[in-house]
Design a protein around this ligand. Sequence first.
Ligand SMILES: C[S@@+](CC[C@H](N)C(=O)[O-])C[C@H]1O[C@@H](n2cnc3c(N)ncnc32)[C@H](O)[C@@H]1O
Length: 253
Amino acid sequence: MKINTITHIQPQIAKISFGTTGRYYKSENGEEFGTNSWLFRDDVDWERLAKYEKQHFCNKERVNIIQFASSDGSEAYTKIISLLENYPEKNAEKFFPIKAYDIDEEIVNAARSGYINTCLTDRMNLQINSDDYTKYFTDTTQKLNIKDDIKLQNQKTLKASNILRNRVQFERADMFNILANLNDNSDTILMCRNVLGYFENDAVERFVKITANKLKKGSLFIIGEHDTKNTFIDRFLKENHFMRIIKHVYQKL
Ligand SMILES: C[S@@+](CC[C@H](N)C(=O)[O-])C[C@H]1O[C@@H](n2cnc3c(N)ncnc32)[C@H](O)[C@@H]1O
């Protein structure tokens, strides 16, 4: 199903059963669809990406990570942890704070709370991808209630540490507006993952063309599997002077 704008709804039957968040929306033509997110979503090689970014931007004093469709913060936390954990001899501070935007107010408030709901896979992913994940998340008796979000078996709310919270800013915004005002100096990492896959191909192509005009040589554009599976985005990116350097990671030529 394809949409241009979304409205959040309460699902009749929850079909999503995995991730830190799972939500349902209704498209303009009334179709319901589900979205979810999770820690270390496995459609990108996070370790390889972090090492590439540190090498590729080694001459830059500052690198701007902009994250569209940032959801409950799981992706921002994944990015921060992978940059801190990989290639530690290269300092990661110039990549922070990440500027993270999502259009869903409820999910932005959840991200800002500093708490995150996790399922077993999330907690396993944290252990696999960090030396000591208690640096990043601690157990809590607090419960994060995100209105209309799915509830999973073995769900556990974790509290993000200041190591994470100080390195990301969450804001409610439509990615189209942020993109329109974006100024790049070949020092941008634009993450726009698993959202364009919900749009019609002509809207995706328009979005890619604007992105291609905004991003200068060397900047990165990162998408997800949901996008490549449901649209011709890989073709649109190549037609608009992006080169694929890692699966789902493109560099402006
Ligand atoms: C499937 S989630 C993707 C989350 C994360 N990027 C990932 O890959 O796991 C899609 C998110 O896109 C957000 N979204 C949809 N349209 C948007 C827009 N125009 N601007 C910003 N966020 C949007 C939704 O609110 C939802 O949180």
